[in-house]
Design a protein around this ligand. Structure first.
Ligand code: B12
Length: 361
């Protein structure tokens, strides 16, 4: 496929909701058509007027003086737990590495935007998700293994990842407290299939405690159950896919966006669309506005690398954005070790304060 397909298509999957597929993130699409130029102009206008309004709202002298405090909105992410032990204990088996990796691009572009302000080539031109600051070496060294303390003032990307390791009533309470503290506008969950039910439990809690928050679901369960089939130009949805389960009423509609495939750049684009759709008081973004913004960004020729699919769920419709961007080398991605204080310890260099190396055998 080497041309832009801007018309909305009705899908023929077994959903009762109408499926609208927008093929606007396709590599090789022409970027000099009149429609592309019009979309770029519209996007420029939206960005400029939002920036001016934001500057006015916060009494900044000029847009470039806009303080980071005025631009940031809170986000939270989690890796869904999985039941693993015969005793029925629900645990995370390690650092949420797949989540850290999936977040690497979007965290990097938000951190760069926080550092560089709104001008120039800043990926986020007005509001921006707040992942905190890069951890210092001291913070990395002080990170402890196992259950993290939530009573820390350190504002690093790690702080925006809920990582309790064990999912029990205490963890649920911790999660509730974390939601009350953070009041995220976007909650990102990564889940494998055995963790799907817990991912939904977390999403349910988010919608109950912070109804203004958008929920984005990604991870291997989504990859394996939700795909776009280019030859047939339709979605392929397994029975256990979150979308079909929501559509059949088997689960409540607690998820707003689903991302499958090579999620790194797709998630970054989704976060940019959310930031551009967020009301300037940073209270909420509506799914319909994010859908419109995703369409506009795609039509304006914004590039997204990799092969993936973003779906947005509304009560009446599913909006699908299949992405076939340029291929990329995983080695070129920003390292998750940059933003996250990933724990490590060895017997020879017990560098962590809270982690005891195994005794010599
Ligand atoms: C390393 C690994 C582990 C490690 C580390 C896991 C971790 N939490 O980081 C360990 C050994 C701990 C582990 C444990 C388990 N694993 Co494992 N694991 C893998 C392996 C080999 C690589 C995963 C990986 O990190 N890939 C690199 C990352 C960057 O890619 P990714 O995970 O595919 O994520 C991409 C997308 O899914 C998406 N994405 C991911 N998260 C998110 C979040 C959001 C918000 C968005 C938008 C996108 C997004 O973007 C990423 C980049 O494209 C895969 C097999 C494979 N080759 O892929 C199996 C695999 C993922 N594991 C699997 C399973 C079943 C498990 C366990 C349930 C096993 C068990 N019985 O305990 C647990 C579950 C752990 C958990 N809660 O996640 C299955 C999942 C199958 C399924 N249908 O869900 C796989 C596919 C193996 C298999 N073929 O059966 N695993």
């Amino acid at each position: 496929m080497d041309r832009i397909e801007k018309t909305l298509r009705k899908g023929n999957t077994m959903l009762s909701r109408e499926i609208k597929i927008q093929l606007c993130y396709w590599s090789g699409q022409s970027s000099d058509s009149t429609e592309t130029a019009a979309a770029r102009r519209q996007l420029h206008q939206i960005r400029t007027s939002r920036l001016q309004a934001l500057a006015q709202l916060h009494g900044a002298l000029g847009e470039e003086q806009l303080d980071w405090q005025a631009r940031r909105f809170p986000v939270l992410a989690a890796l869904a737990p999985v039941m693993t032990s015969v005793e029925g204990e629900i645990t995370y088996p390690g650092d949420p590495m797949c989540l850290y990796a999936a977040l690497s691009v979007t965290v990097d572009s938000a951190l760069r935007s926080a550092r560089h302000g709104v001008g120039g080539n800043s990926p986020f031109t007005d509001l921006c998700p707040d992942w905190g600051k890069l951890p210092t070496k001291l913070q990395r060294l002080a990170a402890t293994h196992g259950v993290r303390s939530w009573n820390t003032d350190e504002s690093t990307p790690d702080r925006s990842v809920f990582d309790p390791r064990v999912w029990d009533d205490e963890a649920r309470e911790d999660f509730r407290a974390e939601l009350a503290r953070c009041r995220p506008r976007v909650f990102l969950i990564s889940t494998v299939s055995p963790g799907h039910r817990y991912a939904l439990e977390m999403a349910r809690m988010v919608k109950r405690e912070t109804p203004e928050c958008l929920v984005v679901l990604g991870g291997r369960h989504i990859d394996e159950t939700m795909r776009y089939v280019p030859a047939a130009q339709r979605l392929s949805l397994e029975y256990s896919s979150t979308l079909r389960a929501i559509d059949d009423g088997r689960i409540e509609p607690v998820v707003d966006f689903l991302v499958s495939g090579e999620g790194h750049y797709a998630l970054d684009m989704l976060m940019r669309a959310i930031a551009l759709s967020m009301d300037l008081n940073r209270t909420r973004a509506e799914v319909a506005d994010v859908v419109r913004m995703l369409g506009l960004l795609g039509q304006a020729g914004e590039k997204v690398s990799g092969s993936s699919l973003i779906c947005a769920v509304t009560p009446e419709e599913v909006h699908a954005f299949p992405i076939r961007g340029d291929r990329f080398d995983l080695a070129d991605l920003p390292s998750p070790y940059q933003g996250f204080g990933i724990r490590s310890a060895s017997r020879s260099s017990p560098m962590l304060t809270g982690c005891r190396p195994a005794p010599p055998t």
